[in-house]
Design a protein around this ligand. Structure first.
Ligand SMILES: Nc1ncnc2c1ncn2[C@@H]1O[C@H](COP(=O)(O)OP(=O)(O)OP(=O)(O)O)[C@@H](O)[C@H]1O
Length: 448
């Protein structure tokens, strides 16, 4: 996401809103309140309309990064003013005269952003050459706040340095690939490649060639030899996602590779080897697939050195708010919309929601809400979630009701005071020792 700034007389709602609708997210600064202005922006729109003294504009431009593109927005009559002409002639990438047409301005800004993208690609292209594992550079550290995920993190820490095959299980969107990447980065193979294969999206007919490679001339269209994923992962980790979708005939070949360490490329005459650690993942019930004769039992045992079971998001409620905050900050920064906060109602609605699409669903709802919310406050409707209507507790015992109320009070107070335990304890009128005991009892993730 490119950083776009606007400097003008005072916050221009209409301009920012119209640009936002066209997916240009700009940060606005008023000329006489430049504290915190980011001089490192990619594109600066200088709104000079109605200004006669523009010395300040030159002072700002002189502090900008040398790659920042400057667009100037002016009144037509200003074009005749020599200081304005000088400013445009010396520093501006382009200018736009008012009364402005928002579509024309947005097109101009879009064009400028395109130029910036091309420039940046030229620069980063130089650095990326030779980076064997660039996909890992995008890896985020998983949020693992709940007790269940903390235990899981410990298990990963123990298993990662060994070469034992790991089977990661969990519903779709729970973060299986992220966990596989974490296993890789914590292993002794971290400097080797991490190669991910989605077995469900391999086109039938080329599965064998995709996994094991092929030789030149092996079939019509094989004009060059091709290294399969197993060879590409040599010295690193091979992540086999949706392993339950691997066709039966390829399961035999994979099993042979796992047992004997050798495989044949399509059209190859000599068995090949590759030093890989295999991490597989599935969201289906492999045991039922075995019963139906769709998955080989012997392959299941080979892949399942250790099982890591990722709980669905609805079963680790402590992670929900942490994840939501994490993605709120991430997208607010990426879209340059200023700070975004979750309202209490939104938090309650998130804690009640089922999250059938797990973290992936949460990301989608938060990303949309960050863009659509007003005044940086995300409400339940921005997340398109159901308002929580307090249900009568008819069917519950008194102990359950007490526990639930106690836990909610703790979570709310901890959130309200940003985890400052002395204030939380005093707000709830309990000692710190009692507070910590209750935090443990309810398995609340609270970082001071
Ligand atoms: N604990 C987490 N912390 C931060 N991001 C997460 C976490 N878990 C998942 N994500 C993010 O959620 C998205 C979905 O995760 P991922 O692709 O790893 O899920 P998956 O279980 O492999 O899904 P599928 O079964 O559909 O392939 C990704 O963008 C991932 O980065």
């Amino acid at each position: 996401m490119k950083r776009v700034s606007i400097i003008g007389q005072s916050y221009d709602d209409f301009l920012c809103d119209q640009l936002k609708r066209r997916e240009i997210f700009a940060e606005y600064s008023a000329v006489d309140d430049m504290d915190g202005f980011n001089f490192d922006c990619d594109l600066l729109l200088l709104d000079l309309r109605n200004y006669h003294q523009i010395d300040w504009a030159q002072r700002i431009i002189s502090r900008l990064h040398k790659h920042t593109l400057v667009l100037v927005l002016i009144d037509r009559k200003q074009l005749k003013v020599s200081s304005v002409q000088q400013l445009i002639g010396q520093y501006a990438w382009d200018y736009h005269t008012a009364p402005f047409e928002i579509d024309r301005l947005a097109r101009l800004m879009g064009h400028a952003l395109g130029v910036i993208r091309i420039r940046q690609q030229c620069v980063t292209g130089k650095h990326q050459n030779g980076c064997a594992n660039s996909s890992l550079a995008q890896t985020t550290d998983p949020v693992m706040c709940s007790a269940a995920m903390q235990t899981l993190a410990k298990n990963i820490e123990r298993a990662a340095p060994t070469d034992i095959p790991i089977l990661v299980r969990g519903e779709s969107g729970t973060g299986k690939e992220l966990i596989a990447r974490r296993i890789h980065t914590q292993s002794s193979r971290a400097n080797g490649p991490f190669v991910a294969v989605n077995c469900g999206s391999l086109i039938s007919g080329v599965v064998q060639s995709e996994l094991f490679g092929h030789e030149k001339g092996a079939f019509t269209g094989a004009v060059n030899s091709h290294k399969g994923k197993i060879s590409q992962a040599d010295g690193g980790t091979l992540f086999l996602d949706e392993i339950g979708d691997l066709p039966l005939e390829q399961q035999v070949n994979l099993l042979r590779f796992l047992q004997e360490g050798t495989f044949d490329s399509v059209g190859g005459i000599r068995a090949q080897t590759s030093d890989v650690r295999v991490v597989a993942a599935t969201h289906i019930d492999l045991e039922s697939a075995i019963d139906r004769g769709e998955f080989r039992l012997d392959l299941f045992y080979r892949l399942n050195g250790i099982t890591i079971e990722l709980p669905p998001l609805r079963e680790r409620k402590e992670d929900i708010i942490q994840l939501a905050r994490y993605f709120c900050d991430k997208y607010a920064q990426e879209y340059r919309v200023g700070k975004c906060q979750l309202s209490k109602d939104a938090c309650c609605a998130m804690l009640k929601h089922e999250w059938v699409g797990n973290v992936r669903e949460l990301i989608n709802r938060i990303r949309r809400a960050v863009l659509l919310c007003e005044n940086g406050q995300i409400r339940t409707q921005d997340l398109e979630l159901e308002e929580v209507i307090v249900q009568p507790y008819f069917a519950q015992g008194l102990k359950t009701i007490k526990d639930e109320v106690e836990k909610n009070a703790l979570v709310t107070a901890i959130q309200k005071h940003n985890g400052k335990m002395d204030i939380v304890a005093s707000d709830l009128q309990i000692s710190r020792a009692t507070l910590y005991r209750l935090i443990d009892k309810h398995e609340i993730c609270a970082v001071e």
